[in-house]
Design a binder for this molecule. Structure first.
Ligand code: FPP
Length: 243
């Protein structure tokens, strides 16, 4: 099995795609595919904490996913609720700080209160920053940041000229965390699909055909190997050629 390389990302973002196809291939309900997706979620959390990767952000439900049939949306909301109840004690014991990003007021009230409780309980933990994106869209994130800054300007607390990239980033959902430097998408599509549009500006993009429920430790290590092999220039010239 591939070993994790020395040069690790500080923040990994994952688009967990392929649960539906995994379920269809087995002739089971899509809900069973989503449930099977919990295993790689646990594996990624454990390995990121173990490797001291610092931050992991998982795309669990997009703003656009509300357009799925009500029974699938309902099964996903139930799964998030059940997963929170069953996993929170262990996550807390592992030192995971859990936060949710997204338009929370659109979520069932019971889920909102469990989310608030999980965030409060794990707020002091430092082993891994885990962000779960639920009812999240990158465009929504940018718009809500713009609205927050506009309110500050309207109140006179901020001048428009004071809005810098850093100030803008501080109004986004992942404020205070380094931008993800590796984005992994399973399921074979090569798209960002309205995930962290601002924050992925310089991320290395890793795509794998593996369906999310099948994503295993060796696959995560392969993605880390890909990351370690990249020369990250952030728009500048290669180090050797820059003299
Ligand atoms: C996309 O696959 C996946 C989702 C919409 C749900 C992801 C949710 C989980 C993995 C559940 C556990 C997560 C947490 C953090 C509790 P798809 O349904 O679009 O698959 P398809 O492209 O094959 O149809």
């Amino acid at each position: 099995m591939a070993q994790p390389p020395a040069n690790l990302p500080r923040h990994i973002a994952i688009t967990m795609d392929g649960n539906g196809r995994w379920a269809a291939a087995r002739g089971v309900l899509r809900a069973a595919g989503h449930k099977a997706g919990l295993k790689p979620v646990r594996m990624c959390i454990e390995e990121c904490a173990q490797l001291r990767i610092g931050a992991l952000t998982l795309f669990a439900f997009s703003s656009e996913n509300w357009g799925r049939p009500p029974e699938e949306v309902g099964s996903l909301m139930s799964l998030f609720l059940e997963a929170l109840d069953s996993e929170i004690a262990e996550l807390h014991a592992k030192g995971v700080r859990m936060r949710f990003i997204g338009e929370r007021r659109t979520l069932p009230v019971r889920l909102q209160s469990r989310i608030a409780a999980a965030e409060a309980r794990t707020a002091g933990n430092t082993a891994l920053n885990l962000q779960v994106a639920v009812s999240y869209g990158g465009r929504w994130d940018i718009v809500q940041a713009a609205q927050a800054l506009a309110r500050e300007c309207a109140s006179g607390a901020l001048r428009a000229e004071e809005i810098s990239e850093a100030r803008f980033a501080a109004a986004l959902s992942l404020a205070g965390l380094p931008d993800p430097d590796l984005h992994i998408r399973t399921g074979g599509e090569h798209r960002i699909s309205n995930f962290l549009l601002w924050q992925l500006a310089y991320a290395e993009l890793y795509f794998t055909p593996r369906l999310w429920p099948d994503f295993a430790l060796a696959d995560l290590h392969e993605a880390l190997g890909f990351f370690a092999s990249r020369e990250r220039r952030f728009g500048r010239r290669p180090a050797a050629a820059s003299a």
